[in-house]
Design a protein around this ligand. Structure first.
Ligand code: BG6
Length: 255
């Protein structure tokens, strides 16, 4: 029974790797929509990936969300991790404090016994503040580290769920629905074709910065996120996916 299960997972991993054109895929058993510990298993798998690929003196950028919180929760101080610098990938996106990239980044650094820098920016940002804040020397310094991060770890969310969870204005919410956004990552909203239909105005990592990083790790699971994951990977900005069986089965079947 156990062997059968392991083989099943390995097959799923290979199928996803081919389908989404990825370098590395991990599928953990279960569905995080139904069982919360499955999210922790994804967190553990992500930490294992870091153990195998991280080197001292690298910069690690991490986004917010409950899945990233599980990664931070599972982080350990393995060799080299304490010599890395941890930064939040983007400024405030309207999340609750415990889901914010700043909070998660500080937690991750603490577990790793490493150093961290945070981004103190209000959100949402008006066009004028956005322009001034970007030029602020202390912010600029952190932004530079973020944009050259060696490793980026991020969540992927269902577009409407994310828009509702954030302080999205009614006008923007309408746009997101009108343009049929299905997925979200880093504050970017994607439609089924993987086209960007909306973007939250904040400083930090831009989608085009991703090709500078060697490891871009998406951690997202749950059957309900299958379509979101599929939309995000259409243009394929990340090369690693850590997911669960719930999302993986749906992805193979429907998308
Ligand atoms: C947010 C990230 O904080 O978390 C998003 O900024 C991501 O890009 C989302 O989509 C995922 O949240 P969760 O709770 O489903 O892991």
């Amino acid at each position: 029974e156990f062997i059968k299960e392991v083989t099943g997972i390995k097959v799923l991993e290979q199928q996803l790797k081919d389908k989404l054109n990825l370098d590395y895929v991990v599928v953990v058993p279960g569905d995080s929509d139904e069982l919360n510990w499955v999210k922790q298993e994804m967190g553990k798998a992500c930490v294992q990936y870091l153990k195998d690929h991280m080197s001292p003196e690298q910069a690690i950028a991490i986004t917010g969300g409950t899945t990233m919180a599980s990664v931070a929760q599972m982080m350990t101080s393995f060799k080299g991790a304490d010599q890395c610098l941890y930064v939040p990938a983007r400024g405030g996106l309207g999340e609750r404090v415990e889901n914010q990239a700043n909070t998660i980044c500080a937690e991750m650094a603490k577990k790793a016994k490493g150093d961290y820098r945070l981004l103190y920016v209000p959100d949402p940002l008006s066009e004028e503040s956005y322009k001034t804040i970007k030029e602020e020397p202390s912010i600029k310094e952190v932004l530079d580290i973020i944009r050259h991060a060696d490793i980026v770890i991020h969540g992927v969310g269902d577009a409407l769920t994310m828009a509702q969870r954030r302080k999205t204005s009614p006008e923007q919410l309408e746009l997101i629905q009108q343009y049929e956004a299905v997925g979200e990552a880093f504050g970017y909203y994607f439609n089924r074709m993987g086209e960007i239909v909306h973007k939250v105005r904040t400083v930090g990592l831009q989608l085009e910065d991703l090709n500078r990083s060697r490891h871009v790790i998406a951690v997202a699971g749950g059957r309900s996120k299958a379509q979101a994951i599929a939309s995000y990977f259409q243009p394929g900005q990340s090369n690693v996916l850590i997911t669960d069986e719930g999302a993986a089965q749906e992805l193979i079947r429907d998308f």
